[in-house]
Design a protein around this ligand. Structure first.
Ligand code: UDP
Ligand code: MG
Length: 313
């Protein structure tokens, strides 16, 4: 029977971990695979790890991997994927916003020959209009800037065949924009739809400043376009300045010079200063990320790995 490992990143989710256990057990009941769950404790400061240990003791299809501190969801998912060798791996949030009931459908598509089956949300329940609008703007921006098509409204919830998740595991960049990495891998991909529910309990770890950083990470790791921005603006300004200069010369020759020009001088100085600072900032964004990569630090550190047992059914 094919085996799948379900990778679940967890950060301070003590209330939902047991709920997740129940939901996944019911959801996987009639699915013809040998499934196991690997919870990745991303340095929780509450009793999440204790809950995982308890669950493992009572049902050894559940294992856990605890990281040395909080590294962030991307790194937790990476750690989980590094610690599986199943025929396929599923990545799912613990807060039940990704319905576990979808996994059997994903398995079906996988059996039908797809390497990656990803779940796209049809509706975003319990999210503000502002969040929906920024999300939509984000997908439009990144897809117009990079060659790799990143599916809209799709999170990390997906099934990947062994060769697909092993390909993701080969991408060791520190700047881990998972949506992009998953898309970069290619292979035969299948989209399925679901309704995203509000969290079962607990609170989201996202806020606007994190989202902004996330968007910058996504764009800078998949597109050089912002760097070219400086070249374009520079060229545009240079062409403009050339014609402006020509008009000034012509005017001086025809009408003479009565020393005007303080306002236009100010405008030009401020305009160019602004553009230079923006361009420097953009270069800085890339440089900082290169600095991070060049340090070659490990992506995460493991505190303890308790693998789930393999079941023979
Ligand atoms: N998560 C994590 N490390 C973090 C933040 C979040 O492992 O630093 C996990 C979290 O426990 C959950 C998933 O990532 O399983 C998604 O987090 P969240 O629900 O906060 O994100 P949202 O659904 O709002 O995008
Ligand atoms: Mg969530």
């Amino acid at each position: 029977m094919p085996s799948i490992d379900i990778i679940v990143p967890v950060f301070n989710e003590q209330t939902v971990v047991p709920l997740f256990q129940e939901r996944i057990k019911t959801a996987m009941q009639d699915c013809d695979v040998q499934w196991r769950v690997i919870f990745v404790d991303d340095g929780s400061s509450d009793d999440s790890l204790k809950a995982m240990k308890r669950i493992h003791d009572e049902d050894n299809r559940f294992g856990y991997l605890s990281l040395s501190r909080n590294f962030g969801k991307e790194y937790a998912v990476t750690a989980g994927l590094d610690h599986t060798s199943a025929d396929a791996a599923v990545v799912i949030d613990v807060d039940l916003q990704d319905p576990p009931e979808l996994i059997p459908d994903m398995v079906k598509q996988w059996h039908a020959g797809y390497d990656v089956v990803y779940a796209t949300r049809k509706a975003r329940h319990g999210e503000s209009i502002a969040k929906k609008a920024t999300a939509s703007l984000f997908y439009r921006t990144i897809n117009s800037m990079s060659k790799i098509e990143i599916p809209k409204d799709t999170g990390d919830f997906r099934l990947m065949s062994r060769r697909a998740y092993q390909a993701v595991n080969k991408l060791r960049e520190r700047n881990r924009f998972m949506k992009g990495l998953f898309a970069w891998v290619g292979y035969k991909q299948k989209q399925i739809y679901f309704e995203r529910e509000p969290r079962a309990a607990g609170e989201t770890k996202w806020n606007y400043s994190k989202l902004w950083r996330f968007a910058l990470d996504g764009i800078t790791s998949f597109s050089y376009l912002p760097l070219r921005f400086a070249t374009w603006i520079g060229m545009f300004v240079a062409i403009f300045a050339f014609f402006y200069g020509a008009t000034i010369i012509a005017r001086t020759i025809i009408f003479g010079n009565d020393v005007p020009g303080y306002p236009s001088l100010m405008v030009v100085i401020l305009f160019l200063g602004g553009i230079q600072l923006t361009a420097l900032g953009i270069i800085g964004e890339y440089l900082g990320r290169m600095f991070n990569e060049s340090k070659q630090r490990p992506l995460y550190l493991v505190d303890k790995f308790q693998p789930p047992e393999t079941h023979t059914q």
